[in-house]
Ligand binder design. Structure first.
Ligand SMILES: [Cu+2]
Length: 125
């Protein structure tokens, strides 16, 4: 039954041209791009403040000499293993609450390789 409802909704959205409304809303979502370095069992910086409702994009670079690192977030978003010198772009999504992040390789998390995304109330600024 649920599948039928979803299919009907999809057809209705297509027929009424409402699909465009969703993409327009996405385009209005503010984006905050933050460059983060991974090295020496630390993320720098390790605190990222993002206004609620803003999409966070992390440009992660492994600036370590030898160690491989990655970044995994508590909201289920995960990057790939980065060799020294490699970088990647991680779309964390629209921020609605604080999110913990860490390096999932070996014991790096326990050694302090963590970061925190802090959701800031836009009205408080
Ligand atoms: Cu690591």
């Amino acid at each position: 039954m649920r599948i039928v409802v979803v299919a009907l909704l999809a057809i209705m959205l297509t027929l009424t041209g409402c699909a465009g409304a969703g993409s327009a809303a996405d385009a209005d979502t503010p984006v905050q791009v933050v460059e983060i370095d991974a090295a020496n069992m630390r993320f720098t910086s390790d605190v990222i403040e993002v206004p609620v409702g803003t999409r966070l994009v992390i440009e992660l670079t492994n600036t370590d000499e030898l160690q491989m690192h990655d970044l995994v977030l508590a909201n289920g978003v995960a990057g790939t293993h980065l060799a020294p010198g490699e970088s990647e772009t991680i779309d964390v999504g629209v921020i609605t609450e604080d999110i913990d992040g860490w390096c999932s390789i070996s014991n790096h998390r326990a050694m302090g390789m963590t970061l925190t995304v802090i959701a800031v109330d836009p009205a408080s600024d």
